[in-house]
Each structure stands twice: as C-alpha cells, then as structure tokens.
Design a binder for this molecule. Structure first.
Ligand SMILES: [Zn+2]
Length: 283
C-alpha cells in the first residue's frame, strides 16, 4: 500500500495538465474501481472542466476541477489501493492494458491504471471541500504537542506501531514508515504508546514524514518526467539514504544501520515488521 510520499509522487504525474480543459474521458465501466462512483457520473460531472489544482491528504489524492457544464468546482478523489498508479502520455500514444479511467486533454491522456482494481475514485458534490474534517496531517501546523498528547491519551495502551498505522491519527503513515519511526525512537514497535514522551513521538514521526517527502517524492520527481508514470509496486529509483532503516528492512539478512546487528522480523499490529533487538528496547 503506498504511503504519503509515494502518493504525493503519484499526484505530481497529473499536474502537467493543470490549466487544461478536459476534451473527453474513457474507461472500463465494469471494473471495480467504479464501485463508489460510476463512469457515467464522472463523465457527466467533469465534462468540459478544467483541472485547476491538486493535493494529497495522507494516502488520498484530490484533483480539483472548475467550469465545464456545471460552471462550478468539483473535486475528484482517488485512492491508489494496492496496485493503482497514475500515468500520463501524449494523446498520440496507445493506451496501456489496465488503464481503467482516462482523462483526456488536447495534449495529454491522464490514466488511472490498476490491474488488481483495489483502487477507487469518487467525485464529490459541487463546492464541497473533502479535506475539511479529515484527520490532522503529521506535517501540518495543527499536529502540535497538545494534539499528540490527545492521541496518546486516547490510545495509551495500544502498541506504538498500531497507532502509527491508524489513519485516523497518522494519515499517510504506512508499514515502512512506522518501522522507521519505532527504530529511531529506540523502542520495540509493540511498546504501548503511553510509555513514550509525546514530544519524542511527535518529533520523530514528523522527521520521518519530512524525510520521506524529500527522498521519495522530491527525489524521484525527475524520474517519472521521462517515463509514463510511477508504480508503487515497482518502487522508486531514489530512496532514503543508507542510514535509514528503510534501506535494510526489506531484504532477508538486512542489518541495522546503527549497530550492524541482523534485523529481527515478526508480525506486530498484524503487519510484517523489522526491528533491531539491540537498539530497540522492549520497555
Ligand atoms: Zn541496531
């Protein structure tokens, strides 16, 4: 499942069409990506609209459109799911297999490609801002120490990793980021959140989110300029540096970048987890 930086990287694939008018739309209406919103609804709602902006929130992407037949603003929300990816290609090029939803401008085809179809999309009502009311983002100003303490109070007995993976509290944080945060805090991922200093959890989780954005989103933006999109499944060419757990946690026999001990593996909070039993204490 892509995490906040991979989602941000995906969003940027379509920004090339900002300011451009939609000339058409196509897709395979029978695929599961339309389980929340039919292709017919999308066609009706976005006909002739202009892509005016976009943003991410955690693992969600929002593309804002104006004009068209309604004359008002509407937001298209997209979730990549497990295998979804956004691509762009010149209108003269051929469609790819599994391009289930394609927005067309005069110059570009913007496609949502998803062979397993766990991804989904949704067209919000006119004038509705879908970001209002979503959980506070880790890198936003509102993710203050008081906010962190409030999370800690509500989930003091739950394992740190379980809370980090909870999208209601840490939107956009996924498995590798949660492991990275636990490792940097020096505690086993199963230690209850109540045992931590709220300030440390806040500082380290923000640091890892910032680093992920810098190394994965910013670090790979050039890469997809020359290609046809970005697939979280294939992973990115540029990754965080070697002193991040990220670089070692995937491979069997991977060693802790701090102490060189071979990393331990197991299941914590129902997810495959890597940790260093020398650098990460259990209590
Ligand atoms: Zn270590």
């Amino acid at each position: 499942m892509p995490e906040l930086a991979e989602v941000e990287l995906s969003r940027r694939v379509w920004t090339i069409a900002e300011g451009l008018t939609l000339r058409g739309m196509s897709g395979n209406a029978l695929t599961r990506i339309y389980r929340d919103c039919s292709l017919a609804t999308l066609k009706r709602g976005l006909r002739g609209a202009v892509l005016v902006g976009s943003r991410t929130h955690g693992k969600r992407m929002f593309f804002e459109f104006k004009g068209g037949i309604t004359g008002k603003g509407r937001c298209l929300e997209l979730h990549l799911g497990m295998t979804g990816r956004l691509t762009r290609s010149r209108t003269s090029s051929r469609a790819h297999k599994h391009d289930h939803f394609v927005l067309k401008t005069r110059e570009w085809n913007l496609a949502f490609n998803d062979y397993r179809q766990f991804g989904r999309l949704f067209l919000h009502a006119e004038g509705f801002n879908p970001v209002v009311g979503l959980p506070m983002e880790v890198l936003s100003k509102g993710f203050s120490l008081a906010h962190m303490k409030a999370i800690q109070e509500r989930r003091s007995k739950r394992a740190l990793k379980a809370v980090l993976l909870d999208q209601a509290f840490f939107p956009g944080v996924g498995n590798w980021m949660a492991d990275e945060i636990c490792w940097r805090l020096g505690y086993h991922p199963a230690v209850p959140l109540g045992q931590f200093e709220a300030a440390s959890v806040r500082r380290v989780s923000r640091m890892v989110c910032r680093g992920a954005m810098k190394h994965i989103a910013d670090g790979n933006t050039e890469q997809y300029q020359e290609e046809v999109g970005f697939s979280p499944g294939n992973y990115v060419k540029r990754t965080p540096p070697a002193d991040w757990l990220f670089r070692h946690r995937w491979k069997a026999g991977g060693a802790c970048p701090k102490c060189s001990r071979v990393l331990d593996r197991g299941v914590v909070a129902t997810r495959t987890t890597a940790w260093c039993s020398s650098c990460q204490v259990s209590r």
